[in-house]
Design a protein around this ligand. Structure first.
Ligand SMILES: Cc1cc2nc3c(=O)[nH]c(=O)nc-3n(C[C@H](O)[C@H](O)[C@H](O)COP(=O)(O)OP(=O)(O)OC[C@H]3O[C@@H](n4cnc5c(N)ncnc54)[C@H](O)[C@@H]3O)c2cc1C
Length: 510
């Protein structure tokens, strides 16, 4: 029988072998099966910080997981988008006996990396292969945080699969798991090898540009090779649309084709950077050098808006994340080691329909684009980002020198007033919220914190409506999936939605 122990405390620096020793003591010999189930840091008292574990063990070997049921003669399923939602959907489809074709407008991860590095240096943006588009989707150049606010039953499967495809085992039990951008590309290649070795296929540089239907049922996808412009038709009546939140052109195409959608509220803001060691000291006091790079999560309320930190990247960098010409977009990334000098997070202000005029479904999307274009203009029209020190932002003046914190944004920065890019309500809310957050996290409102604009791709501006069978309410055979379709936010919940869709497709055809 498997035994489980919870709430076992280890001091900082103490070896995890102690857990094995506890199991041995309970069983009278070393366990044949031992697994850490949960590991979290208790930092409520900065003078007494410790790790807390749950673990399972048994004197029997690990129980075998029953294999998944499989289809004999499955239909062709197209998975559009190779972000976490699309890829995890494809993997589960393979496990259920399908041979999906993954259609991706961007490049495979190594080529994509070259395009992204080229953009950082030469500022030539590849519109189909960038930080938002390409193998791995928006998650590839990320911090790879895998924690989620959702309690989807598939979350555990997602972590197990990430581990199976090469992520460190600890992601299965850490309270705040993360992979890091450097390890993610290996995971993506392992997933690709698995899909292709089991009858699946990838079509890179292939953009989904249209579809045909008959009587409200999907009949085929129209595809375009993004390098040659050649168009082709793929006959298929089952497709997963895992497009991500930045596929603005594809949302418009689907909407024009009669696919029902709703506008969603979203948030806009900036990236804020501090010295990682100062955040560490504020969070962990004297323990900070012995613990992983500290994170934080802050919320404030100002001018009747919620202001919140999001996608915090400890020891990471701010990255250029544009996917449209003439727009500046920021985001955050870190490596597994999280050992950069700065830590950053998105600092977002909730927007309401009244801020951008709800005259049509894409009003919010145009509003996002407008903010990105203003940031491009004030940043100098070459994808440099506008930056301002917090003290200058608060005093409405353009910064002229840095303090201790230097910006990490790779495509160049320019001292400029962020108020010329952001909506006035976002500026007022940020000015009030930053000092309030500084009362909860010492130094968050330090005068030399660097604000880099703008962060606009927080979530999808639309939701593609789906019914109980998870198919589009207006186009049967199309399965809206993941963040772009408005059903998830972040890597893990998007991957979980991909698994959910795959299971629904299996149920339909089994
Ligand atoms: C820099 C950065 C850092 C991030 N850090 C984190 C983090 O640490 N933790 C976290 O949880 N989340 C993070 N996120 C968010 C996370 O990446 C997304 O929530 C997640 O990737 C959404 O998954 P998805 O599969 O739904 O969509 P995406 O990952 O956006 O994937 C969609 C894919 O569809 C493709 N596509 C779009 N349109 C078409 C078309 N017409 N034809 C063919 N292909 C198409 C795109 O090229 C893309 O590859 C980060 C995002 C960015 C940009």
């Amino acid at each position: 029988m498997i035994k489980r122990l919870d709430n076992v405390k280890l001091n900082i620096g103490e070896s995890e072998n102690k857990l094995l020793a506890i199991a041995r003591k309970k069983l009278g010999r070393y366990p044949k099966f031992f697994k850490i189930l949960k590991k979290s840091l208790d930092a409520r008292d900065k003078n007494n910080i410790f790790w807390v574990y749950s673990f399972a063990f048994s004197d029997e070997p690990a129980p075998a997981t029953p294999p998944l049921g499989k289809l004999e003669n499955p239909p062709l399923v197209a998975v559009i988008g190779s972000g976490p939602a699309g890829l995890f959907c494809a993997v589960r489809l393979i496990e259920r006996g399908f041979a999906p074709v993954v259609i991706e407008r961007g490049e495979s991860v190594d080529d994509r990396k070259k395009s992204v590095d080229g953009f950082f240096v030469d500022r030539v943006l590849n519109l189909n292969s960038n930080v938002q588009f390409g193998e791995g989707g928006a998650g590839t150049f990320s911090d790879g945080k895998l924690n989620t606010q959702t309690h989807d039953g598939f979350n555990r499967d997602v972590l197990e699969m990430f581990h199976r495809f090469g992520a460190p085992e600890e992601i299965e039990y850490l309270n705040k798991p993360h992979i890091g951008s450097d390890k993610l590309s290996g995971v993506l290649k392992n997933i690709r090898s698995f899909v292709c070795a089991n009858g699946g296929q990838y079509m890179f540089n292939t953009k989904f540009i249209g579809f045909t239907q008959k009587g409200g049922c999907l009949k085929s996808l129209i595809l375009e090779n993004t390098q040659t412009g050649a168009q082709s038709e793929l006959l298929c009546n089952c497709a997963v649309a895992a497009l991500g939140h930045s596929a603005r052109d594809t949302f418009e195409m689907l909407y024009k084709g009669g696919v029902e959608m709703q506008a969603r509220e979203f948030a806009v803001g900036v990236r804020i950077e501090h010295l990682a060691r100062k955040i560490g000291f504020a969070q962990y006091g004297n323990y900070c050098d012995k613990l992983p790079t500290a994170d934080y999560k802050l919320v404030s309320r100002a001018h009747e808006r919620t202001v919140f930190t999001f996608c915090m990247c400890p020891g990471g960098v701010v990255i250029p994340a544009a996917s449209e010409e003439g727009g500046v977009v920021t985001n955050g990334m870190s490596l597994y080691a999280r050992d950069g000098k700065n830590s950053n997070s998105a600092l977002m202000v909730q927007m309401k329909a009244g801020d951008f005029g709800a005259d049509d479904i894409f009003a919010g999307m145009r509003f996002q684009r407008e903010i990105e274009r203003r940031a491009y203009a004030v940043g100098g029209r070459n994808y440099s980002a506008p930056v301002q020190l917090f003290k200058d932002f608060a005093a409405d003046r353009i910064s002229d020198a840095y303090g201790e914190v230097l910006p990490t944004y790779a495509a160049g920065v320019k001292f400029a007033p962020l108020s010329e890019a952001l909506p006035p309500i976002a500026v007022s809310a940020l000015k009030a919220a930053i000092p309030d957050m500084g009362r909860r996290l010492k130094g968050f409102d330090c005068p030399d914190a660097v604000l880099t604009g703008v962060e606009t791709r927080f979530s999808s501006p639309v939701r593609i409506l789906r019914g109980e069978d998870l198919q589009s309410v207006s186009l049967s055979g199309l399965y809206p999936c993941g963040e772009g379709s408005g059903y998830s936010g972040g890597i893990t919940s998007s991957a979980a939605d991909g698994l959910k869709i795959a299971e629904k497709i299996y149920e339909r055809y089994k």
